[in-house]
Design a protein around this ligand. Structure first.
Ligand SMILES: [Zn+2]
Length: 127
């Protein structure tokens, strides 16, 4: 029996918007090699299933099936390369001080987010 330990790390981040700054935190989920392989197979399986089911759609299957056979391995490979994801985060907006929620996404610094209070573009970087 194995216990799957979710590795979530909370790190401080620096939020910048038009010269103003603030600090917040972001939770990052790290994937172990076995989790990455499992996610890759799940992605490949779902993509392959959608590709096979698109055979049933008249006319569109001439495009969807070849596209599915090309896109599925590419998306599965990109899933395998991803070692960590941002699962959540929060920080005060440097301009309006509204508490912003950082959405779940792939980790690619700087993370671009929009303030839910004033709609200004925010650039989030690791401290
Ligand atoms: Zn704001």
């Amino acid at each position: 029996m194995s216990v799957i330990e979710k590795k979530i790390e909370t790190i401080p981040v620096h939020v910048e918007s038009y010269g103003s700054t603030s600090t917040g935190t972001v939770s990052i989920r790290h994937y172990s090699p076995s989790e990455r392989i499992r996610r890759t197979f799940a992605t490949f399986g779902i993509g392959f299933l959608i590709t096979i089911l698109s055979v049933l759609i008249p006319v569109a299957h001439f495009i969807l099936v070849p596209l599915g056979f090309i896109a599925t391995p590419v998306i599965a490979f990109l899933t395998y390369r991803r070692t960590e994801n941002i699962v959540s985060g929060t920080a005060p907006c440097p301009k309006c001080q509204a508490q912003i929620q950082i959405q779940k996404r792939a980790v690619a610094w700087p993370v671009n987010e929009t303030c839910q209070g004033c709609s200004r573009a925010l650039s989030i970087t690791r401290n």
